[in-house]
Design a protein around this ligand. Structure first.
Ligand SMILES: Cc1cc2nc3c(=O)[nH]c(=O)nc-3n(C[C@H](O)[C@H](O)[C@H](O)COP(=O)(O)OP(=O)(O)OC[C@H]3O[C@@H](n4cnc5c(N)ncnc54)[C@H](O)[C@@H]3O)c2cc1C
Length: 287
């Protein structure tokens, strides 16, 4: 199918973009890798696409000891190959490697993926797991929105009215922590049937002090689950990761669909949790 007719504007400043977005039916266009398929299938029919690609200052990745700031025009591929960002927060490259295919990663943006708020998207869960936030430009000035207040439902965020998400902030991985990310999809590059991202943190005596997990394609919005109680105080050698996986299975409430039943997704949550925690714990011993 072809999209319904729509207007197009390509502002060169955020102020201009916000003025255009105040019009009825106007929508931000970033990489277009989610929005244009929706238009072509006539699942969305915005009056005007406000293309933000010509607005300067939105295409940088800024890395500091606190974390990684990803601008609205940073493509998935840029983050995938950003060695400094990967050093400070390894989940970024690990999760991005699972986002779609190279052609889509070349054009799609990390922030667009978060603004799209698809619970099957990798980066929504990574924002949640790292305790991140987004910065939103609005006519009243910039606002910072914590991940937990941002995601409201599938493809729905708490941001309404004229607004552009200008950056996403992913806090740094804490010391003595490790991460891992793994997913199952029908074909490489497809959306995940189920995925898991985890972090394991050790205390100064090298005993487990924190275990957290977030899942892909499991809930309606990203959720972070604290699995610490299953293995708290154990050394990495002593920890029984299957106990944490059992706990995770009780905490999630996946739906079934065309691709997988709810039971199969719950099974995958357990399998992926056990595998990723074991890897993350090994890594935690080296950092
Ligand atoms: C075949 C295929 C497979 C894919 N597989 C995956 C996958 O496995 N995992 C995955 O995560 N994604 C996948 N995607 C989606 C891809 O990652 C998109 O790039 C991404 O979801 C959206 O980014 P975008 O820049 O293309 O946004 P767009 O398509 O331009 O916009 C998406 C939505 O977000 C809004 N938006 C975008 N940027 C902003 C902003 N800065 N401020 C406010 N609103 C904004 C738009 O208005 C629109 O509603 C796939 C896409 C395709 C076509």
């Amino acid at each position: 199918m072809k999209p319904a007719p729509f207007g197009y504007a390509d502002p060169t400043s955020l102020d201009e973009a916000l003025t255009l977005l105040a019009e009825d039916g106007a929508k931000v266009l970033a990489g277009g890798q989610s929005l244009l398929p929706l238009l072509s299938m006539r699942l969305a029919s915005p009056a005007t696409l406000v293309d933000i690609n010509r607005i300067p200052g939105l295409d940088s990745v800024a890395v500091s000891g606190d974390g990684v700031r990803v601008g609205a025009l940073v493509r998935h591929v840029d983050l995938l190959h950003h060695a400094e960002a990967a050093r400070v927060q390894p989940l970024l490259a690990r999760a991005t490697a699972n986002v779609a295919h190279p052609a889509i990663r070349n054009r799609g943006t990390t922030v667009g993926s978060i603004a799209h708020a698809d619970p099957s998207g990798e980066m929504t869960s990574v924002l949640a797991l790292t305790g991140g936030s987004v910065t939103v430009a609005t006519p009243g000035g910039p606002q910072t929105v914590d991940w937990a207040d941002f995601f409201v439902g599938p493809l729905e965020t708490s941001v309404h009215g004229p607004a552009v998400v200008t950056e996403a902030f992913f806090p740094a991985l804490p010391p003595r922590s490790g991460t891992a990310f793994e997913e199952v999809s029908r074909r490489k590059g497809d959306y995940a049937v189920c995925g898991a991202g985890v972090t394991v943190t050790l205390d100064e005596d090298s005993r487990v002090s924190s275990v957290r997990a977030a899942y892909i394609s499991v809930g309606l919005v990203p959720e972070v689950h604290d699995l610490t109680e299953a293995v708290a105080g154990r050394t990495v050698a002593e920890a029984d990761w299957s106990a944490a996986a059992d706990l995770a299975r009780t905490l999630v409430d996946p739906d079934g669909d065309l691709h997988a039943s709810a039971d199969y997704r719950r099974l995958l949550v357990g399998v992926l949790t056990e595998r990723t925690l074991a890897r993350a714990a090994e890594e935690a011993q080296t950092r």
